[in-house]
Design a protein around this ligand. Structure first.
Ligand code: NI
Length: 211
């Protein structure tokens, strides 16, 4: 899910972190798949092995999410069809108004108990660049997932966290937020992205930018 309202940073293609981590493998910023890439329609398969490779992938996904910048990223968005996602709403702000980082990892997530009550959020997605639309989803969910060690967790989620988790979990089924819109609206969004790419592929300003 894209981070809207707060930040609208220029494209960051790569960040060299090796200089301050001389003894560690630097985290990598991975390329994010964008519509109409057919891989985004993949149904992801469960994670069965909780090993060092999984931790490395999560580190890279987290770094990729922050660099984008975004508040959530599913593994399929970086071309890995596994039921795995990272979320950091970055709602808290520290000194100098910098968002405080608190990344959360969800392996094999499930929704147990969606509420009948719905809420509406203006959603964006790193795979649907610079496009936003209101999507209605259950306002509260009970979520169950595993952490990087395979331990199960359960939590009731509301607000943006509930929406973001549902948005990311849609990716695991090959569904994008624009698939919740009417066919006409979806076509409009896809055409706008195509047009922006033809114009040079740069950042497209819209009403959510603050610059
Ligand atoms: Ni998304």
């Amino acid at each position: 899910m894209a981070l809207w309202h707060k930040h609208c940073a220029p494209d960051v293609q790569s960040v060299d972190l090796s200089y301050d981590r001389p003894y560690l493998r630097p985290m990598a910023i991975l390329p994010i798949l964008e519509v109409p890439d057919p891989r985004l329609k993949t149904i992801s398969t469960p994670v069965e092995t909780f090993d060092a490779d999984l931790k490395t992938l999560v580190d890279d996904m987290t770094e990729t999410m922050y660099a984008a910048p975004g508040i959530g990223l599913a593994a399929i968005q970086v071309g890995v069809p596994k039921r795995l996602l990272v979320i950091d709403l970055q709602e808290e702000e520290g000194e100098g108004n910098e968002p405080v980082r608190n990344p959360r990892v969800f392996v094999n997530p499930e929704i147990l108990d969606p509420s009948n009550e719905h809420s509406l959020y203006n959603e964006g997605c790193l795979s649907v660049p610079d496009q936003y639309a209101e999507v209605e989803r259950p306002a509260q969910i009970r979520a169950r997932w595993q952490d990087l060690d395979g331990t199960f967790h359960e939590e009731t989620m509301t607000g943006l966290m509930a929406t973001c988790l549902q948005h990311e979990m849609d990716h695991l089924e090959g569904i994008l937020f624009i698939d919740h819109l009417s066919r006409l609206k979806r076509q409009m969004v896809l055409k706008k992205i195509e047009k922006a790419r033809k114009m040079g592929g740069g950042h497209v300003h819209n009403e959510h930018c603050r610059h």
